[in-house]
Design a protein around this ligand. Structure first.
Ligand code: GLA
Length: 439
């Protein structure tokens, strides 16, 4: 046992040295993260609140013990050569089939493009709707008013059908994103008579809880009746922790769930979801900045609160809209470890890496960063240090990334707009041609 501990300590020290070198290299490329400065690019979507949480360094970092060794797949170099000569390249879904789902977030416009659809079917094993499974897209106000049931809002899945059918036809599984969220959820969902009038009063807590339960029930029943076996993970609550207004970190500002139900809306959502969840499906809490030390504490406390009440939660969704250098790779690994040690399943749900530089050098830096992230993910799975079951990229091609601004295009993803794989793709494929530290 002692020997084992000593060995683990040596492994940890080696990891630190190795990663310090990697970070020093990346550190020359850019300043801070892009995360949480952007605003959703969908009409009606709320802007992301500033992540005002200040990271507090913790003394206790000993638990982080994975050893990222950037060992390339033996045959991946050959794949790259082959791509250069023939245009053929490997399938990420196949490379990772024994480790985790490899997913992509798409809008219907992408799925309806036959070339993109073909690429997605060959490269990915999991699909997330970029928007079409959010309350804004599912809640049906006209039908809710027509039904006249204050406690049971009507739903309409026509927007989600495109992805569901595509997934079914092509053998992909889906993450459901997202049941309960303060953003992209209409205000009328919370008002008496489903009114859109700006001064319409909100319903009582009890009525809102009934609406929450009925919404969750109907959505889950719809999926499990019409598309059994497609959804494997539910984002039950998205982004409920932000700011420092409350000691438990629950988001207070611009959060109608908080205003109408109260801070326990998160617990209630998990309670209702666990009543209707299908067999084999998992319930996730999903958030950005999940490597922030204060956020880690809040999320762990939230999980404890749920467990104390015997309410089920299966995993943490780490969104991972990250930067080229931030979070640093040790903090990233530390966070995974802190969730894993609670026995939680982990899914990377919205991975992209903010990057404005489309030069060859810029794209190699992006690739190096992806390689570092996937080195950690691979190692944690290979060494049984974390139960990472899915990794999803937030978009397929650079031109469709939510990070693009009118005056500043971004190049954060694995494929360019002509659907060619970028160096970042080969990095994720763990090709040895992509070095982790690129200067
Ligand atoms: C958040 C949400 C996603 C999406 C992205 C940006 O992370 O969880 O649904 O809106 O922002 O597009």
């Amino acid at each position: 046992m002692k020997l084992f501990k000593a060995k683990r300590r040596i492994v940890f020290i080696c990891t630190c040295i190795f990663l310090a070198v990697a970070i020093a290299g990346c550190g020359k490329t850019e300043g801070g993260t892009k995360e949480n400065t952007a605003v959703n690019n969908i009409d009606g979507a709320a802007g992301k609140a500033d992540n005002t949480v200040t990271p507090k360094p913790e003394a206790e970092t000993e638990a982080v013990e994975a050893t990222p060794t950037p060992e390339p797949e033996a045959e991946s170099k050959a794949y790259l050569e082959k791509y250069r000569q023939t245009g053929e390249y490997p399938s990420l879904a196949k490379i990772y089939k024994d480790k985790f789902y490899i997913g992509v977030a798409l809008s219907n416009i992408d799925i309806n493009n036959p070339d993109k659809a073909k690429l997605v079917a060959s490269q990915f094993s999991s699909l997330t709707c970029e928007n079409e499974m959010k309350p804004d897209f599912i809640l049906d106000r006209a039908a809710s008013i027509q039904n006249g049931d204050e406690e049971c809002p009507a739903i309409n899945m026509k927007n989600a059908e495109v992805a569901l059918k595509f997934a079914k036809e092509n053998g992909l599984k889906m993450r459901f994103h997202t049941l309960v969220w303060h953003a992209q959820t209409p205000r009328w969902f919370f008002t008496e008579g489903y009114s859109t009038s700006p001064d319409a009063p909100y319903v009582s807590r009890d009525v809102m809880l009934a609406r929450m339960e009925n919404y969750i029930r109907q959505v889950m029943e719809y999926m499990n009746t019409n598309y059994p076996g497609i959804i494997y993970a539910w984002d039950v609550v998205n982004e409920a922790i932000a700011g420092s207004e409350r000691p438990d970190g629950i988001r207070v500002n611009d959060n109608l769930w908080y205003d109408v139900v109260g801070p326990d809306y998160v617990e209630k959502a998990f309670y209702f979801a666990s009543k209707y969840v299908g067999e084999g499906q998992k319930l996730f809490y999903n958030d950005y900045g999940t490597y922030d030390k204060t956020k880690i504490l809040h999320i762990r406390n939230l999980v404890d609160r749920l467990r104390e009440q015997n309410i089920r939660i299966d995993g943490i969704g780490m969104q991972d809209h990250i930067g080229l250098t931030s979070p640093n790779i040790l903090d990233y690994q530390y966070a995974i470890n802190k969730y894993a040690e609670m026995g939680l399943e982990i899914q990377v749900t919205e991975l992209d890496i903010g990057n404005e530089d489309n030069s060859e050098e810029g794209q190699m830096k992006l690739a190096a960063r992806y390689k570092a992230i996937f080195t950690v993910l691979n190692n944690m799975v290979d060494k049984n240090l974390a139960n990472i079951t899915s990794v999803t990229f937030w978009g397929l091609t650079d031109d469709r990334s939510w990070l693009n601004k009118a005056d500043q295009p971004q190049y954060p993803l694995l494929f360019d707009k002509e659907l060619n794989p970028k160096p970042a793709f080969f990095a994720v494929a763990m090709d040895e041609s992509i070095k982790m530290v690129h200067k």
